[in-house]
Design a protein around this ligand. Sequence first.
Ligand code: 4NP
Length: 155
Amino acid sequence: MSAYPSFLFVCLGNICRSPLAEAAMRHEAEAAGLDLMIDSAGTGSWHIGKAPDPRSQAEALRHGIDISGYRARQVVTADFTRFDHIIAMDSSNFANLERLEPRSSRARLSMLLDHVPGWEGHDVDDPYFGGPEGFVTTWDQVSAAARNLVAAIRA
Ligand code: 4NP
């Protein structure tokens, strides 16, 4: 059992944005020597069991991170007692999490860009229906948030 907080990153499909957030957080935590419990999930069920979108895999690999072994899963009620922080990629994901949250929840809900000064309340836009440049933006945003989250734990 780790004394450090645990983190669950959530988007819609768990194949584009939240796997990149998970990867960035794992990368930053490892660089800081912190053994954190980190995972990602989707509010939707369409992609359960699937590997991340090839464009997310390629973007992670550009940063030296192999996420080909990740598999999509859906948010479950137990996540609200298992994780200290549940972090939504956009306001739609956030609203879905509020709807799913049980009374017994001990998780703190936030949006990812709440952890990047100046970007509070903004969405990590869904890159699924766009071109590869959207995944570059996603990486920039999730890696900035991950750096700040890890810095906050160390402080
Ligand atoms: P994600 O992106 O929520 O960042 O994983 C999406 C993936 C799939 C779909 C939508 C968003 N979809 O409609 O299938």
